[in-house]
Every structure is written in C-alpha cells, then in structure tokens.
Ligand binder design. Sequence first.
Ligand code: CMC
Length: 426
Amino acid sequence: MGDTAKFELGGKSVDLPVLKGTDGPAVIDIRKLYAEADVFTYDPGFTSTASCESKITFIDGDKGVLLHRGYPIDQLAERSSFLEVCYLLLHGELPSASQFSEFEHNITYHTMVHEQFDRFFQGFRRDAHPMAIMVGAVGAMSAFYHDSTDINDPEQRMISAHRLIAKMPTIAARAFKYSRGQPFVYPRNELSYAENFLKMCFSVPAEDWKPNPVLTRAMDRIFILHADHEQNASTSTVRLAGSSGANPFACIAAGIASLWGPKHGGANEEALNMLGEIGSVDRIPEFVQGVKDRRYLLMGFGHRVYKNYDPRAKVMQQTCHEVLEAVGHQDDPLLKVAMELEKIALSDEFFIERKLYPNVDFYSGITLRALGFPAEMFTVLFALARTVGWIAQWKEMIEDPSQKIGRPRQIYTGAPERAYTPIDKR
Ligand code: CMC
C-alpha cells in the first residue's frame, strides 16, 4: 500500500493516493476528488499541478538539473549529436550504430517538402514575422501528408514524427529566405542535419558556400539544448491539442503558436533587443534600477522551474564564446554588456531573493546573431529544435492508456442566472 493523503471538507472525507515518480516531488492523485467530495482544485498557471505521467525529461529546478531519458544535458551537449538526442527522446534509449544510421537515413530522406508546398510561402507578405509563417506552414503540413495523420496507427505516428523533424529545417530556412527575397535552397542528403540547415539558410546561387565546423557544431548544440523541457507552455499546448485526437501537424502548429510569446520562446529575441537597448556597460545600473522598479523584466533571466542556474545557460555561454571567436567577434559590445549584467544581477539582493538566474535565452541571442541570424529568426530556431520534444511528448500521450481529453474546470465568478431583457428595456 502506498501513502495516502486525507482530504476533508464539509463533513466529507476522501483518501487520495500519493504517487511517487523516479525522482521529484510526490504527487497527490486527485482524480476522484470531484466525484467524491464535489470540489475542484484551483491552480492557475499549474504551479502545483502535474498534468501527466512522463518518462522523457526530468528537471530538478532547485539543483539546476536537466535530464533527457536520464542523461544530463551537459553530457548530451558535449558528447552527443542532435539527431542522436532526437532518437533518444523518441525511443527512450540511445541508439546502436545500426539503429542510428537507419534513423539518420529516415530523417535525411524526408527533408524535402512537396513542391506545391513552396507556393504556400508566396501568400505571405515579405515582412511577415517568420514565426507567423511557421504557424501557418506547419499547420498546412496536415493538408500535404494525409498518409500519416491516422493517430491510431503506430507506424503513421512514427512517420509523422520523422517528417516533422526532417522538414522543420527546410520550412524554417524557407521562412528566412522568403524574408530576404532570396531563392529557396533545396536540402542536400550528404550533409548533416545542422550543416544542411545552415546551408539552406545562408548559401546563395551566386557563390559557393563553405561550412565552418565550429559553427555547425554550435548550431547542433543549440538544437540539443532546446530539444525538450518537460511540460512547459508549448508542450502542454501540444498535449492539450492532441488530447482531442487532432493530427500531429496541427498539434505542433499549436505548440509553435504558444512558443512564440515573449515569456517563452520569444524571450531570446527580447533578450537580444534588451542588450541592444542597454548598449553599453555604463548604462547597466540605470537599467537594473528600472527592473527593480518593475518597469520591465530582465529578459533571459528567471524561470518557472529553475531556481538555480539553468544548466542549458552554462553550455550556451560556452558555445557563445566559441562562436564569437570563430567569427572574430570576441569584442562584441553586447557580449560585454551581457557578462557585466549577469555579474551584477547575480550579486544583487533583488535577484538573489527571487532566485533569478540566467536562462538558456540569455546568451542564445548573441550566439545566434553571430551565426548570422536576425533576431526574428531566433524563436523559429527554438521551434525547429523543440519539435522533437513536442512530438515525443505527443506520442507518449497518445500511447498512454490513461490519456483523456484535456478539459480543465473553473471557478465561475460571473453573473448569476438572470432573465434576458429586450433592448428597449435596457
Ligand atoms: N526580471 C525581473 N523580475 C523577474 C523576472 C525577470 N526576468 N522574472 C521573475 N521576476 C520576479 C517577478 O516579478 C516576481 O517578483 P515578486 O515576487 O516580487 O512579485 C518573482 O521574480 C517571481 O516571478 P514569477 O513571475 O512569479 O515567476 P514565474 O515562474 O511566473 O515566471 C518567467 C517565469 C520565465 C515567465 C519569468 O521569470 C520571466 O518572465 N522571465 C523573462 C522572460 C524569459 O527570459 N523567459 C524565458 C524562459 S526560459 C526559455 C523558455 O522555456 O521558453
């Protein structure tokens, strides 16, 4: 017999099972609470609610730990590759050499999009935000790949997972090229996932494009750092959309929409804009005062779960230095501002008291800019990398026998029932 928690209210008493996971706080299973005690729980923002059981990713926010299928993120970022991490997230184990080469082949040979799909981009204004294009284009994939939208067929589920991971770089690069007015670049099967993406973004027909191994590795590592992050807003959106039985392409489009916001994936763009607005180290004290006066947030700082250094931020900071060195931007003034801002914030009582540390987005903007991406592409890159996490979580949910359509309740504080009055009597 496991532990139980006793709930008592208005003379009713309910014993609620306490469930323990591999790690992390125990959870009280309240599924029978409404039926037996006639009450709901109230938890806006889900700060105390576990919405599902998952075997994919574990975060210990107090210790600054992030594990994918048990493997620490810093080890994966250092020693693995994005495609290997994709396999791990989807299948639960690291692949053998033959499993990996089959997986790599499946992804590589799904990177092209239907030729008709390319015409879709022409409907957008050239100045459209690439995230707007991503939401539309990824949603439109369900109109092109009907043969993998039967969510009850495990093989179709896996094919749609492969298609999403494979085609996301092609779609993201097209969104970028479209905004530049440059021709689309087709994927090349001999290139690695990250190299292919960089080529589709930065090569032009007028000259040869030469890969830079430091930048390719940095791109791959950035993808690894963003691959999954348990039940955040966008992942929960994907699960909620998928709980109704919607097809995976539509669910991932919903996740992209949720990711776009400045408190989530949009923070990397905001963080870089913020560093640009500060501009120089001497303006930091004035800026920090504005944060303390609650006039604005320090973007790239703080996290709902991490109350210690975000382990992804440590890797990102190192990657940032490597990339800046590789492109000869070691003296980037924004890097100086970021490093000094971090130093001041980490020693200031306001931030210490609130346990505000740099998150993954603090250094990612500077890094991505040095790789050649404009700020509006940053969240697109996040979406590209997070697609594997979303689809792995979606698959896990579909395959979970206890899965039900997501349907939260509410505390209603509106008008009580009243009779309709005709307009001439109001
Ligand atoms: N700058 C200044 N103050 C902050 C910040 C910040 N970035 N983040 C939180 N606080 C303060 C907040 O005002 C509150 O103060 P008080 O207790 O005095 O009212 C306290 O810290 C607790 O904050 P909270 O709003 O209750 O925390 P939350 O868990 O609801 O929000 C967050 C988490 C990430 C939305 C928030 O920290 C934030 O908006 N950060 C800036 C945006 C950002 O960098 N987001 C990227 C997150 S990591 C990538 C991703 O997963 O998308």
